[in-house]
Design a protein around this ligand. Structure first.
Ligand code: MN
Length: 252
């Protein structure tokens, strides 16, 4: 080995020196971006992250791009202060603190989606609770808290642009699978990327269906707590992931 290669090998063993990302995990995260964009959960501004398989105090998140156009080269590694590990990292999402503070507060969380899916917004501004109207969104039966940014930061530009706001949002989320953000959108979490993608999709779909049911003007029958608990495990949304992947692959 050439001397400069030896130096590089020694440097790369030091903590904090950038290592090559796990290619399989990067591929999965790109796919998650494309599925969520294709299914209308992420517009030009939402994002999805995954906890780094090599280091639980780091996570992977794209640079500031629309989810539908993210490629493997755009995936960045961050620490729990939302600082990119690469010194030459391109600009990141303003709201990356959503991800870092949830990973810090929730060791069980392996993946996070932040979206502005339109059907969710009415439930963030009316006080009408988002509740499961069908089995595919049974996980909502655990309750969906609403984050009020005015309580945490007064009058802001509505964005989670620092660790304090991210921490406050993580506190509102508590141990739940999802939280709404007043006048903004939602966060959804899970113990895997596949599950968080399924949850984000069916949370938005449930919001659409719940609005339809409410408009019909009769009392709505929601899943009972026990029904929601029994329906929750499903198949880890594997079939949804595979379906979503097939739809994205067909466009190539
Ligand atoms: Mn946002």
């Amino acid at each position: 080995m050439k001397p400069q290669m030896l130096v590089l090998a020694a440097l790369s063993a030091l903590p904090g020196w950038p290592q090559a990302l796990n290619p399989a995990q990067v591929t999965e995260l790109v796919l998650a971006n494309h599925i969520l964009a294709h299914e209308g959960v992420l517009d030009a501004y939402g994002h999805v992250s995954v906890r780094d398989a090599r280091n639980p105090t780091h996570f992977l998140l794209a640079s500031h791009l629309a989810a539908g156009v993210v490629t493997a080269a755009d995936i960045l590694e961050y620490d729990l202060d939302s600082k990119p590990i690469r010194a030459d990292a391109p600009t990141g999402y303003t709201e990356r603190f959503i991800h870092s503070e949830i990973y810090r507060a929730r060791p069980d969380v392996m993946a996070v989606v932040h979206c502005h899916a339109p059907d969710l917004i009415p439930f963030s501004v009316t006080g009408i609770a988002l509740r499961p109207v069908y089995h595919m969104a049974a996980f909502l039966g655990e309750g969906v808290p609403v984050f009020e940014i005015r309580d945490a930061g007064g009058v802001t530009d509505m964005l989670i642009r620092n660790p304090d706001l991210g921490h406050a949002l993580a506190q509102t989320l508590g141990n739940k699978p999802a939280a709404l953000m007043r006048g903004h959108g939602a966060v959804v979490v899970a113990d895997s990327l596949h599950v968080v993608v399924g949850r984000a999709y069916y949370m938005n779909m449930n919001a659409h269906l719940q609005q339809q049911a409410l408009l019909m003007g009769r009392p709505v029958s929601y899943l009972e707590t026990e029904e929601a608990r029994k329906a929750a495990p499903q198949d880890g949304f594997e079939r949804f992931w595979n379906y979503g992947k097939s739809q994205v692959d067909m466009r190539k």
